[in-house]
Design a binder for this molecule. Structure first.
Ligand code: ADP
Ligand code: ZN
Ligand code: ZN
Length: 729
């Protein structure tokens, strides 16, 4: 140890360590950013602590170049949360910080709010918009927004609705709009609500009564509420209470683009500043939201996974909608679970947290068992809607017309005849899962992955969904030159074509990643469906999430068999969740009877039988006891070391070295094995599974070892990572 004043820094590098730097004069601010020389680069780092001693010879230490912040960047509890997360997920702390901060802050931009603007409708404007042309859709939209908002439109709303400030210039020039600085005071007044809350059912009231007393302290809840039971309504009334306490609300949702309705409902309910953190924002917008939330100028922040790290001046409530959703776990880089960390954050911040789902995860159900979460139930659909009638249709030996059995087609006809909507669920986008040569049996495999390439007829391409490689459709078989290349299997495009033939006078909407690539596409689909402009919906799992389509009465699941047989121990849980969610889209209004038809070649499969003779709740309890018996997560803590390189030998050797390092720890180690998909994007992949009966012990045993792994000779030849609490094995 050397006596030397140093600042200990988190620097965004893949190294699992902190770095000591010297400084001249007054010390930098702990929790603030500094600029430092690092190798040949200059990097932005976060000051973790100051120290009077260092283990590095001071002659070798470098000086900090520049102090960026004179105050801590993060509220102290969030600062602690990120430090905790880096440690828990065994991730380099510098990278953890840079993942959690907005891009511009990582680049050293000052942490100050850029002025924001608002436009108010003038008298002249009010008159002029009476006479707008009918086909001036964009203008109509803009002014309607203004009117809905009491004659004002804020910069943030503009971008949410795809308007730019420059588009407004014309109207400023005409004197229709008046631009001035947005008033950021008086934002907490939960004003007259745009859309009044409904009268809660007794179950909903009970939820509210259970949570309310815990404002101002930590307590975790799980709302297990069947689809359509009014969870969102409960969230909103809880939000209202937090707002009345002048506190901020953080709400996480799986994917904002996919759930525009939930977001819209919240916007319409509360007349307070709300920010949506979605992928469409500019870096500057993201930074401003971050800073405003930190300054307490935003009342509600809604976002996906990474929104968890939004600083809040006065947090009051955290909500995690659809808590079972896989998207809460980051699958690359800093592999955190936003749901799990949200519980930690709520504890640090001393606020209540509410997780909600119709199909709770095993992790949360176990937390209920262990009394870490209090279970609240909503067993009935709100507003008199009845649960749908579900039947499993045995399609063995039945003729299938592009995957559709006659009984399902007849069923669709009956529902359509009553003016209702049908939805067909098929979790495979593209025209067909692959292409095959009729002459020689050649199959369109991806050269870079152990998978077939999907045939996309609309784009006239073959596309690998695993590495994103795309090639033009071959005219002839590359093996035998035959022109007879046939699609094999069924994808959403092909189903769409088949339905167009079967129902020529019906409007069909296909909703998958391909058809919703454009920014507003999902929103437009949702609007069209709600306006009854669509008769038949075809969708992938995108449609399973949280949508509420009042006229949808029949859900058909085209092909379940693919989900029933999988090596992953989570397959049953996932399939049960998916099918329950999909089924839950049917019959969500009081006068429409919902029906669900599940086509299967394995109608006797225990999962299907259990799911539909009982319900998700019963089934999930069974799954939970099976997991306990087998000592699988959540009853054991798991970590996976993954490695990849150009040959399989390199990752296997590295992982064997890792295994060696772990041999004295008492951890249970399985492998190394080639990954379930050994070749992906041209790399050969392997993995090593590590388990311990206790989370804390797994962490304690791994922590001292992981920093050494990057020193291993064999580590240099592979790309490797640790995944704590992996969601995919
Ligand atoms: P979930 O989030 O559980 O799927 P929602 O909150 O979206 O359920 O509610 C489903 C539908 O029922 C929505 O149209 C909602 O407006 C309506 N709803 C919710 N609570 C009530 C209530 N107490 N009375 C009448 N309608 C309700
Ligand atoms: Zn051929
Ligand atoms: Zn590929």
């Amino acid at each position: 140890m050397y006596q030397q004043r140093v600042a200990r820094l988190a620097i965004p590098t893949p190294l699992r360590k902190t770095f000591d730097y010297l400084y001249r004069g007054n010390p930098p601010c702990v929790g603030g950013r500094v600029e430092v020389p690092f190798g040949r680069q200059t990097l932005v780092a976060t000051v973790l602590e100051l120290s009077d001693t260092t283990s590095v010879n001071p002659n070798k230490l470098k000086f900090i170049k520049r102090f960026i912040d004179s105050e801590p960047l993060l509220p102290s509890k969030l600062f602690s949360l990120i430090k905790f997360a880096a440690q828990y997920y065994q991730h380099p702390i510098g990278e953890a910080f840079s993942t959690c901060l907005p891009t511009l802050l990582n680049k050293g931009t000052p942490a100050s709010i850029e002025p924001e603007w608002q436009w108010s409708l003038t008298e002249a404007g009010r008159e002029a918009i009476q006479n707008l042309r009918k086909n001036a859709v964009k203008q109509q939209h803009l002014f309607q927004l203004c009117l809905d908002n009491g004659g004002l439109i804020h910069e943030a709303q503009l971008s949410q609705h795809d308007f730019t400030p420059s588009y407004l210039k014309t109207f400023e020039a005409k004197g229709w709009l008046h631009k001035d600085r947005a008033d950021t005071q008086s934002i907490y007044e939960p004003q007259a609500e745009y859309q009044n809350p409904v009268t809660l059912t007794s179950e909903q009231n009970e939820c509210l009564a259970k949570v309310s007393p815990h404002f101002g302290s930590f307590k975790g809840f799980l709302i297990d509420g069947v689809t359509g039971s009014g969870k969102t309504e409960v969230y909103m009334q809880l939000m209202q209470q937090a707002l009345e306490r002048q506190e901020q609300v953080l709400m996480l949702v799986p994917e904002i683009g996919l759930t525009p309705q939930t977001v819209r409902r919240i916007e319409r309910r509360f007349n307070v500043p709300i920010a949506m953190l979605h992928s469409g924002l500019t870096d500057k917008q993201r930074l401003n939201i971050w800073l405003k939330a930190r300054a307490g100028q935003l009342a509600i922040v809604i976002g996906t996974r990474s929104a968890l790290f939004t600083p809040l001046a006065k947090p009051g409530l955290i909500i995690i909608d659809e808590e079972h959703d896989l998207s809460y776990k980051q699958q690359e880089g800093f592999r955190y679970s936003a749901r799990d960390l949200a519980l930690v954050r709520a504890q640090y911040e001393q606020v209540p947290i509410v997780l909600g789902s119709a199909t709770p995860s095993m992790e949360s159900l176990q937390n209920v068992q262990q009394e870490k979460l209090e279970l609240l139930r909503l067993t009935k659909r709100a507003g008199d809607a009845k649960p749908p009638h579900i039947k499993v249709l045995d399609v063995r030996q039945r003729h299938l017309n592009h995957g559709l059995s006659q009984p399902l087609i007849d069923n669709m006809k009956a529902h359509l005849a009553q003016g209702q909507q049908c939805m067909l669920f098929l979790n495979r986008r593209g025209f067909a899962p692959t292409l095959m040569c009729h002459e020689c049996g050649w199959i369109a495999d991806c050269q870079r992955c152990d998978r077939h390439m999907t045939y996309h007829q609309r784009f006239k391409r073959l596309h690998c969904h695993h590495c994103d490689k795309q090639v033009f459709l071959p005219k002839r078989c590359p093996e035998c030159q035959s022109p007879q290349l046939n699609p094999v299997g069924l994808g959403t495009e092909r189903l769409e074509d088949a339905l167009t033939q079967l129902f020529p006078d019906k409007t069909i909407a296909r909703i998958d990643r391909d058809s919703t690539r454009r920014k507003d596409a999902m929103q437009n689909f949702v609007k069209a469906i709600k306006n009854d402009e669509v008769d038949i919906l075809i969708g992938t799992q995108m449609l399973a999430k949280g949508h509420h389509f009042p006229k949808l009465s029949l859900v058909g699941v085209i092909d379940t068999d693919g989900c029933l047989f999988s090596a992953d121990f989570r397959a049953t849980e996932r399939t049960a969740q998916l099918l329950t969610q999909v089924a839950g889209r049917a019959g969500r209004s009081k006068d429409i009877k919902g029906e669900v038809v599940i086509q299967s070649h394995h109608p006797d499969h225990p999962l299907l039988v259990n799911l539909f003779t009982q319900d998700y709740q019963t089934l999930s309890q069974q799954i939970l006891s099976e997991r306990e018996e087998a000592q699988l997560p959540p009853f054991a803590a798991m970590a996976i070391f993954r490695a990849e390189a150009n040959t399989l030998e390199l990752p296997m050797t590295f992982l064997n070295d890792v295994k060696q390092q772990l041999s004295q720890t008492g951890l249970i180690v399985y492998g190394p094995f080639p990954a379930p998909m050994p070749k992906r994007a041209g790399k050969m992949r392997a993995q090593l599974l590590v388990q311990h009966s206790e989370r804390k012990m797994l962490q304690r045993l791994l922590s001292p070892i992981t920093p050494h792994l990057e020193q291993l000779q064999t580590a240099r030849k592979v790309r490797w990572s640790i995944d704590i609490d992996p969601q995919e094995v």
